[in-house]
Design a protein around this ligand. Structure first.
Ligand code: GAF
Length: 384
């Protein structure tokens, strides 16, 4: 969506002119899955698929949000804003408006706003369309309400909105990637200290591309598997007398196997080994370059498939087909139970990997996947 078309849509929805445009990207997680809420390490990057938001302040205390996927404005007064009053898609942007009040102790100049949102981040693909909405709203309100919050605090507000207003017990990775991302770089985040380092990926210079393979099998974070995995991790940490799985090391695993039931042990093993794979990926990237990280991506997928059990037959097929067709490495990305897998591929092989994945899905009788490349892009900010 261009800035001019979002301005037109804003005008059509509200009959007035927007005073500013902000945008925020979705993300691909390169590696480090289900480690964020265990206070471990993640290494995502912001992608060149974005949510765009036009806004105009109001004189009163009314917040109105509309979007291209739900054009009738949803309206609520700032006085009534609380997580239990928010429902449906509007819980994402309005949840951020509420959460910013929490993290800023209600400072700043909070007035009503009219907001119109559009996005080309695919919904349900595991590319964090939700964090893109949250982060766009966070940077926009941070500016117009003159909150002067840093990016880390804005990420916390996005996570709080997702946890309390949307009801999904997610970690802080997605909002951090969307807010801190940089062109052709990954965001190496320590989810305990929230120290973040922007690390050049070097994919473009190495002739590599990241191919997203969206299986169209949808995932729902608010229910089911994601929450169950988080509960397993917390139970595992308690049984091991650790504050979080961040405090469990590879060398603790033999003893953990004695203490934990078989399933909880595998959940714990995924998190502990995945943390190590994130550190190894960052080190390998620096020392040997991006072609050398493939085996770590592959191992991450095996761990998610067998130990954490969050993959699906479609994701496994996308990954194995990409690997067999010459990908440098491949893994499912995001929360799991559907969504997308990624493959790191030499540019010259991208088309043949895409064709092979399409053919294998057709042969298996699965719905045709969407395959497209993404680039590591700039994080959230003001467009005009
Ligand atoms: C989802 C969540 F939102 C993230 O916080 C993270 O836990 C991810 O799943 C799994 O790594 O995207």
């Amino acid at each position: 969506m261009t800035d001019s078309s979002i301005l037109t849509r804003f005008r059509d929805a509200y009959g007035r002119t927007a005073t500013g445009v902000w945008s925020a990207p979705g993300r691909v997680n390169l590696i480090g899955e289900h480690t964020d809420y265990n206070l471990g390490f993640v290494f995502p990057f912001a992608i060149n698929r974005r949510t765009v938001l036009a806004l105009a302040p109001r004189e009163d205390r009314t917040l109105r949000v509309a979007s291209s996927f739900s054009p009738d404005p949803v309206s609520i007064s700032l006085n009534d804003l609380s997580p239990d009053r928010l429902h449906g898609w509007s819980a994402y942007p309005l949840g951020v408006a509420w959460a910013l009040g929490q993290v800023s102790q209600l400072r700043g100049v909070r007035t009503g706003v009219d907001v119109y949102i559009d996005s080309n981040v695919p919904i349900g693909a595991g590319l964090s369309s939700s964090a893109a909405i949250e982060s766009a709203m966070a940077v926009a309100l941070n500016d117009v309400w003159r909150l002067d919050l840093d990016r880390r605090t804005l990420a916390k507000a996005g996570q709080l909105a997702e946890n309390r207003a949307v009801g999904a017990p997610t970690g802080i990775m997605d909002q951090s990637a969307s807010l801190l991302g940089r062109t052709d770089s990954g965001v190496f985040l320590d989810c305990r200290s929230l120290a973040a380092e922007v690390i050049p990926l070097g994919f473009e210079d190495a002739g590599l591309e990241v191919l997203v393979m969206d299986t169209h099998v949808s995932h729902a974070h608010a229910t089911g598997g994601y929450a169950a995995r988080r509960a397993s991790c917390e139970a595992g940490a308690r049984a091991l007398k650790a504050d979080s799985l961040r405090d469990v090391q590879l060398s603790d695993l033999p003893e953990a196997e004695e203490v934990l039931d078989e399933e909880t042990f595998r959940r714990v093993r995924h998190v502990v080994t995945e943390n190590q794979r994130v550190l190894d990926t960052v080190r390998t990237l620096r020392e040997k370059g991006p072609h050398a990280i493939g085996p770590l991506l592959d191992a991450s997928h095996v761990s998610m498939r067998d130990d954490f059990e969050i993959s699906s037959p479609e994701l496994d097929l996308a990954v194995s087909t990409a690997q067999a067709s010459g990908a440098v490495g491949a893994r499912m990305t995001g929360g799991g139970f559907g969504g997308a897998a990624i493959a790191l591929v030499d540019r010259a092989d991208t088309q043949s990997v895409r064709d092979a994945v399409a053919a294998s899905f057709a042969e298996a009788g699965y719905r045709a996947p969407d395959t497209f490349t993404v680039r590591a892009a700039q994080g959230a900010g003001r467009e005009q």
